[in-house]
Design a binder for this molecule. Structure first.
Ligand SMILES: [Zn+2]
Length: 351
């Protein structure tokens, strides 16, 4: 299936919807360990990875991102599998490419914060460079349409990632910062300013992903939008963060006061309606590159893609409570069950 290029689509003002959040979804399903968060599913259960890519495409993702997030040398070392690094990366790229090609979707390579970067220590900067270089060089052998560099806490590490994508990959770059509680990068640059600098340095898309939920990420994205000229990326986590608890790491379980991160986050998950409202606001704001990060699942993706006008295949099975035997419309409701539920959904039909 032929497809138009990433830059061409952005230049034409098209929106790009992207499913992320593989890490948390596989952790939830029992294929990735919380803590180290290494994508071992790629090596051990490749069919599960293929199936989740298919599921996200079905739900409307325009992009298949190779699941190489935290599949880098420093992270593989944590679980003693550094010797499988190359195998993991090629397997992730090949599976993503297969699904992307099959459906005519964009294929993205992925790099991320290295977790070993320390701007005061030149040795770690060089190590980060070599981590980026090898993952980028592997990705471009599979003809990725662009490379995503994501969840960077430091401006310096994000800039290094961008430089590496340009130097070793020569493909379009999407760079997103981790949306911290302070609105600042770890090395003290206001995130909107950091985004503007990366745009000037040649990033095709800049923005934020992870940590903040839709409600608390939106004000930050509005500030980014004010200072950037090009496409802005917004990929919140799918949790109901608040002004008091603006990130998923800060969230507590309602009524208990205990931290929800990471394993109890489902207790503070966004509703589908909240995701719909977020998508509508982002679209109205002109957010051109939109997605969902940790906590994402295909039922959320379908709503986001639908609001963005993608008419995902999964819409075939979007909710229609008219057909319900007790809550449905006159044609479908069986009046024998009228007294089954005291609560009626007449004014609250799921759409
Ligand atoms: Zn995330």
């Amino acid at each position: 299936m032929s497809k138009r290029g990433f830059r061409e689509r952005l230049a034409a003002g098209e929106t790009i919807v992207i499913a992320e959040g593989y890490l948390f979804e596989f952790e939830r399903r029992g294929y990735v360990r919380a803590g180290c968060f290494v994508p071992e599913v790629v090596l051990e259960f490749p069919e599960q990875l293929r199936a989740l890519h298919e599921e996200f495409v079905h739900a409307g993702s325009d992009v298949v991102e190779a699941y190489t997030y935290y599949g880098h040398r420093a992270k593989l070392r944590v679980v003693g599998r550094e010797d499988e690094l190359e195998t993991l990366n090629f397997k992730a790229l090949d599976i993503a490419k297969e699904v992307a090609d099959k459906h005519g979707k964009l294929l993205a390579g992925g790099i991320s914060n290295t977790t070993i970067f320390n701007r005061h220590d030149p040795k770690t900067i060089e190590e980060a460079r070599s981590i980026f270089k090898e993952q980028i060089e592997w990705a471009v052998t599979r003809d990725v349409d662009f490379i995503i560099g994501e969840t960077f806490p430091d401006f310096a590490e994000a800039l290094l990632a961008l430089e590496c994508i340009k130097e070793y990959g020569k493909v379009p770059a999407v760079i997103t910062f981790c949306s911290t509680e302070t609105n600042m990068t770890h090395d003290g640059v206001p995130i909107p300013e950091a985004c503007r600098k990366l745009e000037e340095a040649g990033a095709d898309v800049v923005g934020v992903n992870c940590s903040r939920g839709p409600v608390t990420m939106m004000p930050l994205v509005k500030e980014i939008k004010k200072v950037c000229k090009g496409p802005v990326a917004m990929l919140p986590v799918v949790y109901s963060t608040t002004d008091k608890e603006p990130t998923m790491q800060a969230l507590t379980i309602p009524g208990k006061g205990k931290p929800a991160f990471p394993v109890d986050l489902p207790g503070v998950a966004c509703t589908r309606t909240e995701i719909k409202e977020f998508a509508e606001e982002a679209k109205a704001l002109g957010i051109q590159y939109i997605g969902l990060c940790c906590g994402n699942a295909s039922h959320y993706m379908r709503i986001l893609a639908d609001v963005y006008g993608k008419d995902p295949p999964a819409n075939k099975f979007s909710p229609n409570m008219d057909q319900h035997y007790s809550f449905g419309d006159d044609k479908h409701r069986n009046d024998y069950y009228n007294d089954l539920f005291e609560t009626k959904l007449k004014d609250n039909k799921a759409k």
